[in-house]
Design a protein around this ligand. Sequence first.
Ligand code: 3HC
Ligand code: NAI
Length: 697
Amino acid sequence: MSDVVTLERKGAIAVVTVNNPPVNALGIAVREGLQQSFKAAEADPDVKAIVLVCEGMTFMAGADIKEFGKPPKEPSLPDVVNGIEAGSKPSVAVIHGTALGGGLEVAVSCHYRIAVKSAKVGLPEVKLGLLPGAGGTQRLPRLVGVAKALDMIVSGNPIGAVEAHDLGVIDELVEGDLTAAGIAFAEKLLAEGKGPRRTGERTDKLDGVDNAAAVAAKRAEIEKKMPGLFSPQRCVSAVEAAFALPLAEGLKRERELFAECLVSPQRAALVHAFFSERQASKINDLPKDTPVRDVKSAAVIGGGTMGVGIAICFANAGIPVKILEISSEARDKALERARDTYGMSVKRGSLTQDALEQRMTLISGVTDYADLSDVDVVVEAVFEDMGVKQKVFEALDANCKPGAILASNTSSLDLNAIAQFTKRPQDVVGLHFFSPANVMRLLEVVRGEKTAKDVLATAMAIGKKLKKVSVPVGVCDGFVGNRMVFQYGRESEFLLEEGGTPEQIDGALRKFGLAMGPFAMRDLSGLDIGLAIRTRQRQTLPAEFKLPVVLDKMAEAGLLGQKTGKGFYVYEKGSRTPLPNPELPAIMEAASKEQGIERRELSDEYIIERTIYALINEGAKILEEGIAQRASDIDVIYLNGYGFPAHQGGPMFYADAVGLDRVYARICEFHEQHGAWWKPAALLEKLAKEGRKFADL
Ligand code: 3HC
Ligand code: NAI
């Protein structure tokens, strides 16, 4: 029938097979193939039922995201699914892997659905700034009711086949050969005399239920949890049409709302985020077939905050891991901490006690380097002190087997210097986890001067196994994320000295979309880390790099953040809710006075420019120096490690959206007004003058 969709007849059953690797996305060729195959099966008098099945790792994972923003090609997906549903012969979708977005919309336009137990189904369009645009908002509520459909469509989270079966999305759970299972199910339908059963004609789940109340509740939830997002409220409007309008009109309404989302800047940003994450794992000078070393066992040196979190990541991935500590007491404490961390998941209901026990069998504690002679990878997470790291790496060099990967979790020390403590710098790599390591998705994979290609490839593969978003970065102070966030933190402190308040600055950045503003974040992590950096910088930085003084004044007053109950905000006992700190105005005024600054009103727009443009300028310097491979990698780091809003695409995407000429011009003004920190990156200047974007690089 076509290259990607084939039609075969097995007795009275027509089998339509889609084979469009890697995820059977519904690009134009698949849509054409599906439409032609179903039409041909409909026209063939010997065909009594139709089975739809997919080759490869998954059922259709959705519309082809690469086609968004390009001129539409016929047949459209709505036309294809409406045609399938209208068919006069019973059709059966056989689901494995993930039936997502347009994939699920095709499945629910078939008259019956069967699935393997491991399959997942969902409508994740909202995560791309869209809504289901091929009948999903009209047909899913008819299958599961309005309230459940709203949950699924507005969260975008898929559900497992077993739950989908309980809800009535899936008719039967099957095992074994997919095509054979589909044919057997179709033959049973025919034997029982069952014909088409069109989802679009059903109303039983819509009638007699207070659908309006479900809609109002979801709207209120969105207003509270995701006020700045464009597509969620439109998802609700589309579902509302499912019970307020007849099917044909509901489908039309869905299409109008889908079109609005398609042209929204948030859709472009979210699709950028999706592809950037996948692109980040590709390393320019690393051929796809670079060999990867076997990683079946691991060790972590140092069982503190990070070490335990990292050990948990390995155990969660089914990889046995040893934690090496300085004493048997410290070793036992680390194991206890791992158990307590899992214990919290059990309390929250996200892990069973049995799973906890099973994971703990994978984590053991040791104090002797000789016990590490057989492990495949070691991650060092001891104190951030070069002398301590030197001793650790010398011991690893003396005890680990040849070929073992020796990784450091250092966040600020020179990885190349660490590698020199061993006789095998080619095996040394940075694995920079973020805190809490077992929760945060980001992993900066730090490539040292001498890191071997297969070690780098293996480090990226380890990240994937640990379910991290791994981004390769080069060696510099703070790597990519922390180097940039430092600029942002400093500028936000300067804004306090110029007239802003923590409430206003945090508020402006939250409105921009950040989950947390810089001051609430500072209070959470404690002000001492920033202070230590400041103290070091005062001794080393040339005089033209002015520094804010507000942190020092706060430290003098004992305001160190949540741990002291007071920082930029005050916290009532046992509460994490930030309340205005009455001591702060006097401190800020004293800081302004000391810096010779007259306090003034700051607009939200100005606050965004001063903080986000500081990130962008540093990002451009990082690109210039080759520390990050591409602008989109920087975006991935910011989206996954620093709570940057996905609907803004990341700092570099945001810069492109604002226009580099405008960003550059503002940075030049800041350079004039605020001095050396704002020296524009040469790359930014060049791109701005050439009318290009970071995305063009
Ligand atoms: N369109 C185009 N390419 C897609 C795609 C899609 N819908 N989904 C995945 N891909 C590509 C990826 O970019 C990647 O390409 P690469 O190898 O060149 O980097 C490749 O397929 C494999 O993807 P992953 O690395 O993500 O593979 P995983 O096995 O980790 O995950 C998945 C598979 C769960 C299917 C995941 O890819 C996914 O969630 N995909 C997106 C699903 C989605 O959002 N669907 C809705 C689309 S919008 C829609 O359907 C609109 C409709 O309502 C009209
Ligand atoms: P921590 O102080 O909580 O833990 C360090 C642990 O290492 C302690 O348990 C200590 O007993 C152990 N240790 C010290 N010397 C040792 C040695 N010679 N042999 C074996 N164990 C030894 O420190 P944390 O926060 O876990 O940081 C560890 C490393 O991770 C540092 O390099 C830090 O820069 C890095 N990092 C920290 C992040 C954070 O947010 N805390 C984030 C990312 C990286």
